[in-house]
Design a protein around this ligand. Structure first.
Ligand SMILES: CC(=O)N[C@H]1[C@@H](OP(=O)(O)OP(=O)(O)OC[C@H]2O[C@@H](n3ccc(=O)[nH]c3=O)[C@H](O)[C@@H]2O)O[C@H](CO)[C@@H](O)[C@@H]1O
Ligand SMILES: C=C(OP(=O)(O)O)C(=O)O
Length: 439
């Protein structure tokens, strides 16, 4: 796909699109297959770049991966991992954040793992200190290389007690994927409990793991010696669903998101309603629309689940530029997730960014000079512009802004959006957007 998109704005998005499985679950379930002694089958898999990257990494490690892209089914057979035993994976540096989650499964199977430098969205520093501390607590030895890390476990892995400084999604998954086959009991306190993590726990339980989750964010895992394969259907991508919902609102449109599910979106739906958006939950999806009249300004704080997820923030901010009054958005998960607002300001939005914690509690970033609160004053008409996509959600947000704006915008670097939005060009066209890819 070419990286330059021409968008003729001012046309409401109307129609129906389908979302399939969640990027932030499918990639982890794929890694989990490495732990099994038999093949696994995952359904409702979207065709997105992150799935392809993890599939290639698994292949490199000897996993036989068959991907029926149209049916959305992945078959993952890890029987040859021992004979592949690879060391050179630097070619995967910067590809995604998932390689760090290969550590536990590879340590169990091979006694060592080589992990390239990570990629993912540049929305803050995104260190991996929690991951490495956890792996060391299980008994692994971590060596930093010029590129990436080498990790080995001379005495195997032993269950342990871990308390996370912050309920990190990745660190919780790291613990789960390592503890399920470690010797003895692991107790993880202050764990993240995102729906994608619950689905990963479901997959691991199907494989033979013993995992319990308490209401106080404590997860307990009893290590077992053998795990089998799994058959599972991924939960829906609630971030993609929320992104299309925000696009419907910002363009004054009406979009049925087939496949979207209510339980994982409760917090989003509450916020959507407070802003003035309308929705109707149906058996096979959720319809989102702009009911006419003014949208309302809100005070919003992003947080770990069950809070308002940070990945919903960027698309919703575009809709908030069309709300009447002053909205305040306090980003408490990433220290640097408002860079995308520069382009919105260039299109006529009135958005000011502050270092202080506005509109909510003090967060980890308040005293540390990070621009992590935004005040959005609206409604402001948006004007077309030439925009460069910064990251996945920021890129989709720029696309929404271009769709809502007067005139024709040129959006560069849209390839990034394929990392997490399946067939977004087809979906835009299905919704009546006037978009053209440059030849
Ligand atoms: C592939 C995937 O699933 N990505 C999601 C995952 O990212 P990811 O798992 O990377 O996000 P985390 O929950 O780990 O990060 C949350 C916060 O913890 C910090 N942190 C994390 C690990 C660490 O070792 N040290 C540290 O300081 C991060 O910098 C960030 O400020 O959860 C995020 C929070 O819901 C989502 O935005 C991402 O879409
Ligand atoms: C931040 C995100 O993803 P990743 O962790 O893969 O960069 C995201 O999906 O918005």
């Amino acid at each position: 796909m070419s990286g330059l998109l021409t968008v003729e704005g001012g046309v409401p998005l109307n129609g129906e699109i389908t979302v399939r499985g969640a990027k932030n679950f499918v990639s982890k379930a794929m890694v989990a297959s490495l732990l099994g002694e038999a093949a696994s089958e995952l359904a409702n898999v979207p065709v997105i770049r992150d799935v392809d990257v993890v599939a290639d990494l698994l292949r490199l490690h000897g996993v036989n991966v068959e991907h029926d892209r149209a049916a959305g089914v992945l078959r993952l057979d890890p029987s040859n991992v021992e004979s592949a035993h690879v060391a050179d994976i630097d070619a995967y540096a910067g590809s995604s954040r998932i390689p760090i989650l290969f550590c536990g499964p590879l340590l169990h199977r091979l006694g060592e793992a080589f992990i390239p430098d990570l990629g993912g969205c540049r929305i803050g520093d995104r260190p991996i200190d929690y991951h490495l501390d956890i792996l060391r607590q299980f008994g692994a030895v971590v060596e930093k290389k010029v590129q990436g890390i080498h990790i080995h476990a001379p005495n195997g892995l032993q269950g342990t007690k871990i308390e996370l400084p912050y309920p990190s999604v990745g660190a919780t998954e790291q613990t789960l994927l390592t503890a399920v086959r470690a010797r003895g009991l692991t107790e993880l306190r202050n764990a993240a409990t995102e729906p994608e993590i619950m689905d990963l726990i479901a997959v691991l339980q199907k494989m033979g793991a013993i995992i319990s989750v308490d209401t106080d964010r404590t997860i307990r895992i009893e290590g077992v010696e053998h795990l089998g394969g799994y058959r599972h259907t991924s939960l829906a991508d609630r971030i993609e669903a929320g992104s299309w919902a925000s696009a419907a609102l910002a363009t004054r449109g009406n979009v049925f998101v087939r496949g979207a599910t209510q339980p994982e979106m409760t917090t989003f739906l509450n916020t959507f309603r407070k802003v003035g958006g309308a929705f109707d939950v149906q058996d096979d999806g959720i319809r989102f629309w702009h009911p006419g009249g003014d949208l309302h300004s809100i005070v919003l704080e992003t947080d770990v689940h069950p809070g308002f997820m940070t990945d919903w923030q960027q698309p919703l901010v575009v809709a908030l530029t069309q709300a009447k009054g002053l909205s305040i958005v306090h980003e408490t998960v990433y220290e640097n997730r408002f860079g995308f607002t520069d382009a919105l300001r260039g299109m006529g939005a009135t958005i000011q960014i502050y270092r202080e914690c506005l509109g909510g509690l003090q967060c980890r970033f308040g005293q540390r000079n990070f621009n992590h609160s935004a005040v959005i004053s609206g409604p402001t008409p948006l004007q077309a512009a030439d925009i460069e996509v910064p990251d996945l959600r920021g890129g989709f947000s720029h696309l929404i802004a271009a769709l809502a704006a007067d005139g024709t915008s040129r959006v560069r670097g849209i390839d990034i959006i394929n990392r997490g939005y399946e067939s977004f060009m087809d979906k835009l066209e299905a919704l009546g957007a006037r978009v053209t890819l440059a030849q």
